[in-house]
Design a binder for this molecule. Sequence first.
Ligand code: THU
Length: 170
Amino acid sequence: MTAFFDQLFYMKETNFSTKATVYNDVSELTKEEQRLFENAIIARNKAYAPYSKFSVGAAILLDNGTIVTGNNQENAAYPSGMCAERVAIWKAGSEFPNMVVKKVAITASSTEIKVDKPVGPCGACRQTLYEYEFNQKEPIEVIFMGETGKIIKVQSLASLLPFSFDSSHL
Ligand code: THU
């Protein structure tokens, strides 16, 4: 990071880019990723989303092959609810404290609308997932979709969070 800020001293502007791969169908993903999405869909279908009617499922692949899933858990006191991604990553972190995460697959559906465009993780979930990526020093791929439609894969949480905040700032 020091080198980057040194550069800023000499340059007025800089650009960041995020590489994203777009797939037309899950059949274009690897078998392992297809299995991850199967698990994410099962989790999504068990979401507790009576208020938004928007169900999200997340499936996390660990480097030992274990898949840990989560879904959104809403609450009558709306802000007390939680997103699928954070339910999944905290479930994984609490069960496997020294885990290395390889990939996260996310899918969303709704009983009210057609979710046919990719649903990426919200900002708070990006930050939460990034904590684990930063600690493990290995990128976590994020693959996300709606219920149908295109699928997007990005190579890391860092690529979704320019100027991210981590423990090195403390
Ligand atoms: N939601 C997630 O589970 N993950 C996201 O990344 C975005 C939003 C949930 C939260 C809430 O239960 C519902 O979707 C509508 O916002």
